[in-house]
Design a protein around this ligand. Sequence first.
Ligand code: CA
Length: 662
Amino acid sequence: MRTKTLLIIISLLSPLLMRAESRLLLSPDGKLAVNISVEEGVATYSITYDGQQMMLPSRLGLQSNIGDYTKGLTLKEAKSGSVEKHYDMTRTKTSHSDYQANTLDITLLNAQKHPMTVTFMVSNNDVAFRYTLHRQAKDNPKCAIITSEASSFRLPNGTTAFLSPQIDPMKGWERTKPSYEEVYSADAPMTTKSQFGEGYVFPALFHIPNTTAQPQQGKAKAGDGWVLISETGVTSGYVGSHLSDFNTETGYTIAYPMAGELNGLGSTAAGIAVPGSTPWRAITVGTSLAPIVETTISYDVVEPLYEPSQQYEPGRYTWSWLIWQDKSINWNDQVQFIDLAAAMGFEYCLVDNWWDTQIGRDRMAELSKYAQQKGVSLMLWYNSNGYENDAPQTPRQCMNTSIAREREMKWLHSIGVKGIKVDFFGGDKQQIMQLYEDILSDANRYGLQVIFHGCTLPRGWERMYPNYVASEAVLASENVFFTEDAAIRQPFDLTLHPFCRNATASMDWGGIIMNRYLSRDNKSRHSRKTTDVFEMASGITMQSAIQCVAIQPNNLTELPQVELDFLKQLPTTWDETRYVDGYPGKYVVLARRHGDQWYIAGLNAEAQAKKLTLTLPMLKPNQTVSYYTDNQEGYAGLKQLKIDKRGQAKVVIQPNGGIILK
Ligand code: CA
């Protein structure tokens, strides 16, 4: 073919070639690369880390009542920039974050030539993106309803998933679902159908095997990819979303609430003022589990929404309800748990449901006074429900309207109560997100910290709401009490959550359990399956600024002094968190720093003892540390351990056991 003819053919083809427009965005260290492309009217993004594919081209876009922004798209402009933030925070895995990201604002026009901007923030191990809708003509529209998103997540072939299914609404106990209390799968093929056909809740963890590396026994291979997907910055201004079921072509897509949530009332769509933005879709990426454990992306792209009315104190709480249940909500039993908190030097005692009828409001004022004389503050349980489920526990209808909250919180403040635990919410619709935010902002006026149970995943809330502490949003300790199956599964759960649920947000697991049996007499019902050091170490591997130590009055005389001494000084706030070793659902070793003191804690969920050589750069070579380890009876033994000259330590974690180095 003559050159001239070839040139003519190329020039004829060029309009077709021009149809794909793409922009590359690199992290500050250049390892994480996001490629955003618009081709044949469809916008996609893909992610590589260190040259390894982490996300295949995945859809961008949304559907709204002011236009379809999923197809017919053209790229109008792309503006790059950068963000640098250095900030302190309380109540999370770290007290300080240095956030540096490169940013790209991609403005797309839809078929009607109406604009939408997709903003990408790319830091060294995190990608966050969100959509912004703009006014179109004559300064209108000023509001929009977003009905669905096309945003999808297509992981490479061979990826396995750690996922918890979304459950159908108004199901389960007293029609309280969904409440993020289903079992996580581990390393399941992506093609596995979700248990209830409703997809999966956030966060979702994915493992991308490195097929070129040699496997190491029981370990993640070097060069394996890890991807954690969640969202952050969800306020009263949006719905909480989750992931759809897997589809071979589109992967997982952002799904909005189910129509049946909140007893069928309210929309599944989100309403925003225009211009306005969606929450951030957040993706953490690494070739080890360290970036997953250590990520602060939930906090880095959000801001505090109001000032704290006072300095809120972290701490530990005792809780009678876990093992003594409803019957224990009486004056005498609560006095025992207040005395127990005082004996342990704990800051709080949580009084669970039915206190208004089984103790009475007048006597609660006396009980709070009694607690304060002992140096303990009370936190009280509330039922959130107005019309969203049948949960019978009282007090009810005290938290669902601003009028009721004002009256209740004023009273709580007057009797010296320092916190509330509000239980049973009805899903992720925007009205429910509004309720969470209203409870938090009202509680701040009265110096009340807030824990949510039977609830959604918190999405950046520790930073956004200064009196927010933690949420359940996990199949928590109460299940270890309810069923032996959950007790058997406990080591799996607690070695999985540091890499997933608790990597994304604070988690109120509800108790380091020290009773050997899940019963008041500590003899009947089923046994606990974990060792004492497992439980003690879980107080470090689990993160919540107010941590439940579900110790029982009988434990004071039953437990070895070494265990009581450890629990008495257990910190609940951390200045730094580091991944040391582990595999989700099998074992975990984390290092957390409180002030100058590092705590290294490990849990083993496997049937064999785990012999590990830990590399501990946070400790000094040749330093001698305290080493808590399981003895033959499952109690804690305390030894000294010398860190070697290379900064390494050899440890053994027993099956369902734990270790602590400090
Ligand atoms: Ca619960």
